[in-house]
Design a binder for this molecule. Sequence first.
Ligand code: COA
Length: 155
Amino acid sequence: MAYLDAIAPGSSVSIEPATWRDLNDLRHLEKVCFPKDAWPLLDLIGLLTWPNLIRLKAVNAGVMIGFVACDLRPADNLAWIATIGVLPEHRRRGIGRALLLAVEQQLTLPRVRLNVRVSNQAAIHLYLELGYQRAGVWSGYYQDGEDALVMEKQL
Ligand SMILES: CC(C)(COP(=O)(O)OP(=O)(O)OC[C@H]1O[C@@H](n2cnc3c(N)ncnc32)[C@H](O)[C@@H]1OP(=O)(O)O)[C@@H](O)C(=O)NCCC(=O)NCCS
């Protein structure tokens, strides 16, 4: 798979569909990756079970080390990255990039969007590198009042 080229050579990481069986791993990953914005348990259950979502996990030695979920919105002619995270000890090895590319490969909609804290330089760098462009700002979007940058990529 071409998106696996993004991952550091020699690594044994795979990208696989995630299911409700991954709930505990996902709860852990969300808490670690989003100390301020972790999704509540019910939303995480929805994320793993709702229709019209692509959900993929990065797995290393049988353990989930990364996750991405993408909401398909055909009525709006776009898809929306709902969440993406990689455990800190596995970052900067191309896993976030591989997860995003793997989702994009499955999309048949013409555009994909996401929102990100304006201070989240790591994520913004990743999105810019993959061809996402700034599409707007939602003022005070996050609970602590921080603005969200909206980014979009034409597929
Ligand atoms: C954002 C996140 C998913 C990136 O995951 P990752 O696996 O470390 O990303 P990758 O290794 O695939 O990085 C790909 C590119 O993104 C950019 N990037 C990633 N982390 C970066 C950082 N800390 N600083 C600057 N650029 C960064 C770089 O261009 C990098 O390429 P390079 O390593 O060849 O320079 C990860 O940092 C994370 O989980 N953060 C916490 C959760 C989060 O903020 N999610 C996004 C919410 S919108």
